[in-house]
Structures are given as C-alpha cells and as structure tokens.
Design a protein around this ligand. Structure first.
Ligand SMILES: [Fe+2]
Ligand SMILES: [Fe+2]
Length: 163
C-alpha cells in the first residue's frame, strides 16, 4: 500500500481486506463449481450445455484475479489453500458433485450468483464511507458482471424444457 493510501485508509484497510478475501474465496469456489460441473455433466446437459459451463467460469476467475490484485495492493495476500476458500466463503455448502444434471446445476448457480450480486452491492456500499473508492470501483464493475450472470442463468432455467 502506498503511503498516501495507507494514511487515507488507516485501520479501515483491514475491514476492506476481510471482505475482499471472502469474495475471492467465493469466486474460486464458483470457478471450481462451473468447471467441475461442465467437465462431469450428466444427462441431456452433457450435449447441450456442458461446453458453455466450461467457458463461463473464466469470468469468475477474472473476478478472483482482480480481487487478488486489490488485496495485494492493500498489503495482504489472497488465500491460497482451498480449505481456506471453504472456510471464508459466504456460499456454503457447495458440493459440485451433487449438481451434475443441467437443472440442478443451474438452480444452484442461481443461488450463488444472486448471493454474489448482494455481496458486491454490499461491498460497494461499505467501501465509500471507509474512503476506499478504488474498491468501490472494483465492486461496481464486478457487480455488473454478476448481475448479467444471474440474469443469464435465470433465462436459461426459464427456457429449460427438461424438468
Ligand atoms: Fe464472479
Ligand atoms: Fe458470477
């Protein structure tokens, strides 16, 4: 953290870092979820949607990278151990092996994409009074992606003919 930013944020940096780490853990778990489900899909989803599920998580990985960059700017490091991802994540439980059919996969995705929208909205709101406009900017940018993710998942679920 540069010395001016350190002066501006003071003790508030720790509060921001904590939320950023939780968001990072969520993103890594969501990435793993989509990737695993896309690779191991069963039933009709295997031929209709598995490929899309494999490309979708690259967006979540980008979010994770942006969060990791901000965490390191603030003088800390993103959690490296998947056991920590599960511990600090705001989404639980997330057992991808239980969501291998298309409808089950998308229904679980609806829940955590919605949670991501709420979380980034919350982060943006919290960052402003703490004086962290960079994190505010980051949160609103990722929020835009999560809103699209949720809408997209909702649209596919609605048009699903396989029940
Ligand atoms: Fe994301
Ligand atoms: Fe997302």
């Amino acid at each position: 953290m540069g010395k001016t930013e350190k002066k501006i944020l003071g003790k508030n940096a720790a509060k921001i870092i904590d939320i950023l780490k939780r968001a990072y853990c969520d993103e890594m778990r969501i990435f793993r979820y989509f990737w695993y489900v896309g690779t191991n899909m069963e039933g009709i989803g295997l031929v209709t949607y598995a490929a899309a599920l494999k490309t979708q998580p690259t967006g979540e990985l980008t979010h994770a990278e942006l969060l990791a960059d901000r965490i390191s700017e603030l003088g800390d490091r993103a959690p490296s151990n998947p056991a920590e991802w599960a511990k600090y994540s705001t989404i639980r439980p997330l057992d991808q092996a239980r969501h291998l059919t298309l409808k089950a996969a998308l229904e679980r995705a609806m829940q955590f994409e919605g949670k991501a929208v709420a979380n980034y909205n919350n982060l943006a709101k919290k960052a402003v009074p703490l004086g962290d406009y960079i994190t505010y900017n980051l949160a609103t940018m990722i929020l835009g992606g999560e809103v699209k993710d949720e809408q997209h998942t909702e649209d596919i679920l609605k048009s699903l003919e396989v029940k």
